[in-house]
Design a protein around this ligand. Structure first.
Ligand code: PLP
Length: 393
């Protein structure tokens, strides 16, 4: 019966991370593998209050079908936030509320990609984007990242030779590497794309989780007609609400709305009202400051532990925000073999290869620091260091 499956799904790889997370969940294992926000920071009491207020005051309307584009107040709130935090001029009419930013990736694939179309992707890149776009059978054109962003020589080559429709980027505190594009690199990338028939996806779920440094220039400011901005409330409020959005030029937004209508009619209307009420009645800046204070401390604890317990040949990125660190082991060390040794020592991480479109193993790995307290982080990195020393000896 499996011959009944479409080519599209037959070609999709099962998620390696899901397998990793299953073993990482075993009792006694310290896990740096997941990508979960710290649940102690979820605003449970405020959401409870907002939820009761909506049912009391908006009752039936909150439970009715609603517009595909999304809740008007929430779309206006998002536009206003872009203005206040990044001085971006975005019309609420350009915003489509999605079921998490993950759905935005799926809708973009559905609306823009035919089989074989080129998609430039950062290497390493966000696994969920690779997975979502794979279902539209594109030709991935991987381009390396360095500490300042995507490599411009590689990008130029991919643009000239692969004739891609899309460039997918996570310019702030990237998943998996934690790196952010420098100002200069942003301008170089924009200059390379300007005038070409290619759209840049600026996926930015982590931008507000900043520990220090100035807010950088959005690609949307540099290339307004060619940029699709993706945002999410998953990391600043709660992921289970499944609320994200896409900002797109009008010609494309119309098509995305048709695709979304066909997929699910609209994003959960109660969730949208709940979030809008929460944002209206609470100080989101204070909430975000509380999150970044905790994550900043956890990141510093992980960096210190790495300096203490891991051999000098291990190179790590230095993120100024977000949820992940990326480590590069000496070239001969397999992250998959380290993963097995680390599990035996009671610690888990994600080996780097699933973040590449063309590798079965690598000497890289992703470490999440948001989901363990600082003492646990120290213990976990100590265990990792011991596993690595055994493997290298
Ligand atoms: C870069 C990136 N994009 C998109 C998502 C999806 O987020 P959500 O669908 O919860 O908004 C994630 C989740 O971890 C992510 O890391």
């Amino acid at each position: 019966m499996e011959q009944l499956l479409s080519q599209r799904i037959s070609n999709a790889r099962p998620s390696f991370i899901r397998e990793v997370l299953k073993v990482a969940d075993n009792p006694g294992i310290i896990s740096f593998a997941g990508g979960l926000p710290n649940p102690t920071l979820f605003p449970v009491a405020a959401l409870k209050q907002a939820s009761a207020a909506i049912l009391d005051e908006e009752g039936e309307a909150a439970l009715q079908y609603t517009a595909t584009e999304g809740h008007g107040g929430l779309r206006r709130w998002i536009a206003e936030r872009y203005r206040a935090t990044q001085n971006l001029d975005i019309d609420p009419g350009q915003i489509l509320i999605t079921n998490g930013s993950q759905q935005a990736l799926d809708l973009i694939g559905k609306v823009l990609l035919d089989a074989g179309d080129g998609v430039v992707i950062e290497q390493p890149g966000y696994l969920g984007a690779i997975q979502a776009l794979t279902l539209y059978q594109p030709q991935f054109l991987p381009v390396a990242l360095d500490d300042d962003g995507i490599d411009c020589e590689g990008l130029r080559h991919a643009l000239d030779n692969g004739r891609p429709k899309l460039l997918y980027t996570v310019p702030n505190f990237q998943n998996p590497s934690g790196i952010s594009y420098s100002e200069r690199r942003r301008r170089e990338v924009a200059a390379l794309l300007a005038g070409r028939k290619v759209l840049l996806i600026e996926d930015n779920p982590y931008g507000e989780l900043r520990f220090g440094g100035a807010v950088p220039t959005s690609f949307h400011a540099l290339l307004p007609q060619q940029t699709l901005l993706l945002g999410s409330f998953s990391k600043i409020v709660a992921p289970s609400l499944r609320l994200g959005w896409i900002v797109a030029p009008h010609w494309l937004l119309q098509k995305l709305i048709i695709a979304k209508q066909a997929a699910d009619l609209h994003t959960n209307g109660f969730s949208q009202r709940l979030l809008h009420r929460y944002l209206r009645d609470n100080d989101i800046d204070r909430h975000i400051a509380a999150i970044t204070e905790v994550y900043g401390r956890q990141k510093a604890a992980m960096e210190q532990a790495i300096a203490h317990y891991l051999p000098a040949g291990v190179r790590i990125t230095a993120p100024q925000g977000g949820m992940f660190l990326w480590a590069e082991l000496p070239p001969q060390v397999s992250a998959l073999r380290l993963f097995e040794a680390a599990l035996e020592n009671g610690v888990a991480f994600v080996p780097g290869h699933p973040f590449y479109v063309d590798r079965d193993d690598s000497n890289t790995l992703r470490l999440n620091y948001t989901n363990a307290d600082t003492a646990t982080i120290d213990d976990g990195i100590r265990r990792l260091g011991a596993a690595l020393k055994t493997l290298m000896s």
